[in-house]
Design a protein around this ligand. Structure first.
Ligand code: 8NA
Ligand code: MG
Ligand code: MG
Length: 345
C-alpha cells in the first residue's frame, strides 16, 4: 500500500499482537534453536489450533488500553489512559506483567491520586523503571499522530505513566519513531531509515534528564544512539550470528536491551536469509528471527511485529496466524479507527 495506508495501519497493530501471542511460547528461554521456532510457527497451521488459543500478554493488554484511550479522547489524555491501565490490570492481573510495574498499576487505581505520573517516579528508589513496558505498548501513538513531533511528545508522556527513567521512556520514543517511519514507507531505504532514527535520537538523548540517568546507571552517554551505531555496523556485515546480536544489542526486559534489538530484527529480515525457509515472506522471517533470539521474546517480537507490519501491510499476514492469536481480529478493526483519526488531523 501507499504511505500511511489502511493496510499498513492494520499490519502494525496486528503485527504487534501476533508477536506477543506467538512469542509468549519462548519468553524467558535462554536459547531457542531455529528448528524449535519453525516447528512452533508451523503448528499454527494445524486445524487443532482453535480460535484465539494463543493468549496475549501484558504487551497487548496495555496496547489495547492505549488504543481505546486515544480513540475515546481523540488524543492523549493521561488521566484517562492511567485509569484504563489500572482497570485492565485489576480485571486481568495474570497477563504476565513485569514484577515492578504491578505496584504502579495498583497505585493508579487509587481515587485520591492527584498526579498520575507520581507512582512511576517512586519506582526503584526514585530512579524509575527502565523496563521495556513503555515501548511494548507504544505503537498506537504512531498510528494516532501524523506529526513526528507529536509522536515523540505523546509516546514519551504515555510511557512515563509507568516508566519515569529516561532509559525506559526513550526506548518507547525510539520504538514509536520506528513505527512512524515504517508507516511512511521509510524501510524501502533501510540505510536512510536508520540514519533518520539516529538523527532523532541524538536530539532526544541530548536532554539533561537523559544524560543524568545514563550517568547514574553507568551507561555511556546517549545509550540508545550507541546501540543504533552498533546496529549500523551489524548491518554492514555479510554474516551475523544470533550470539553476536544478543551480545551487541541484548534480548532482555530493559528497553535498552530490546528496542534496538527489535528494530534490528526487522532490518535484518528485509531480505531472504539462509537460516530461514525460502517460502517465508518478510513478516514471517521477522517473527521467526525475533523468537530465535530468546530472552524477552514476546516483547521483542511484538515490537518487531509492529514495525514490520507497518512496512509489509496486512495482506502478508498468514490467515492461520490471525486465527490463532487472541485479539488479532479486534486489532484489525481498531486499526481502521486509528487510521481515520490519523487522517482527520
Ligand atoms: P517493570 O517496570 O517491572 O520492569 C521490568 C524489570 O526490569 C523489573 O522487574 C526489574 O527487574 C527491571 N528494572 C526496571 N527498572 C529498574 C531499575 N531502575 N533498577 C533495577 N531494575 C530495574 O515492568 P515492564 O512493564 O517494563 O516490563 C515489561 C516486561 O515484563 C515485558 O517483557 C513483559 O512481557 C513482562 N515480562 C517479561 C518476562 C521475561 O522473562 N522476559 C516475564 C514476565 C513478564
Ligand atoms: Mg508480555
Ligand atoms: Mg515480555
Amino acid at each position: 500500500g501507499g504511505m500511511a495506508s489502511l493496510s499498513r495501519f492494520k499490519g502494525a497493530l496486528v503485527g504487534a499482537v501476533l508477536g506477543d501471542c506467538v512469542g509468549g511460547e519462548f519468553e524467558g528461554a535462554e536459547e531457542v534453536p531455529m528448528e524449535t521456532v519453525l516447528l512452533h510457527l508451523s503448528s499454527l497451521e494445524e486445524d487443532t489450533k482453535g480460535d484465539g488459543t494463543l493468549e496475549y500478554s501484558d504487551d497487548t493488554a496495555m496496547a489495547r488500553c492505549v488504543v481505546q484511550s486515544l480513540l475515546t479522547r481523540a488524543g492523549f489524555d493521561e488521566q484517562d489512559m492511567a485509569r484504563r491501565f489500572a482497570k485492565e490490570y485489576s480485571l486481568a492481573p495474570g497477563r504476565g506483567y513485569g514484577s515492578g510495574v504491578i505496584q504502579v498499576l495498583k497505585k493508579l487505581s487509587s481515587s485520591q491520586l492527584s498526579d498520575v505520573y507520581q507512582p512511576a517516579r517512586d519506582q526503584f528508589n526514585g530512579r524509575g523503571s527502565f523496563g521495556n513496558g513503555g515501548a511494548m505498548r507504544v505503537a498506537p501513538f504512531a498510528l494516532a499522530f501524523p506529526d513526528l513531533s507529536d509522536v515523540k511528545k505523546y509516546s514519551r508522556s504515555g510511557a512515563m505513566l509507568t516508566h519515569s527513567c529516561s532509559l525506559g521512556y526513550n526506548g518507547a520514543v525510539l520504538q514509536a519513531l520506528a513505527v512512524h517511519l515504517s508507516l511512511q514507507g521509510a524501510l524501502e531505504l533501510p540505510t536512510q531509515f536508520l540514519e533518520k532514527l539516529i538523527a532523532e535520537m541524538e536530539e532526544v538523548e541530548d536532554e539533561e534528564a537523559a544524560r543524568g540517568d545514563a550517568r547514574a546507571l553507568k551507561e555511556v552517554e546517549k545509550p540508545f544512539c550507541e546501540r543504533l551505531y552498533r546496529m549500523r555496523d551489524l548491518m554492514d556485515r555479510s554474516k551475523v550470528s544470533i550470539e553476536e546480536v544478543i551480545c551487541e544489542l541484548g534480548n532482555g526486559v530493559a528497553a535498552l536491551h530490546s528496542v534496538p534489538t527489535a528494530i534490528f530484527c526487522v532490518l535484518h529480515c528485509l531480505q531472504p536469509r539462509e537460516s530461514l525457509p525460502q517460502r517465508y515472506g518478510g513478516l514471517e522471517r521477522t517473527m521467526a528471527y525475533s523468537l530465535a533470539l530468546g530472552g524477552d521474546t514476546d516483547t521483542i517480537a511484538c515490537m518487531a511485529g509492529a514495525i514490520a507490519g507497518a512496512h509489509y501491510g496486512i495482506e502478508v499476514i498468514p490467515e492461520a496466524w490471525m486465527k490463532c492469536c487472541e485479539g488479532a481480529k479486534e486489532a484489525e478493526v481498531t486499526a481502521q479507527r486509528l487510521h481515520a483519526l490519523y487522517h482527520q488531523r
